[in-house]
Design a protein around this ligand. Structure first.
Ligand SMILES: [Zn+2]
Length: 66
């Protein structure tokens, strides 16, 4: 399988599953906070999702911590 250089996508972070530093693929998702149905359009928060390339574990982190 041909592999492309993915330095832009991969970041090295510690994985709780692997219990060591592994390469993670990072993406940003807008997720609706589903606790309130009203104004759900205005409560979408960006989340940073890092997926471990070794075990596939996802670490989700809320970006706006206000
Ligand atoms: Zn892992």
């Amino acid at each position: 399988m041909a592999t492309q250089p993915s330095d832009l996508d991969g970041v090295t972070e510690s994985c709780p599953e692997c219990t060591r530093d592994t390469t993670h693929k990072v993406r940003v998702e807008l997720r609706t906070e589903s606790s309130k149905q009203e104004n759900s359009q205005f409560s979408r928060e960006p989340y940073r999702v890092a997926t471990c390339m070794d075990c596939g574990n996802e670490t989700t982190q809320r970006m706006n911590n206000a």
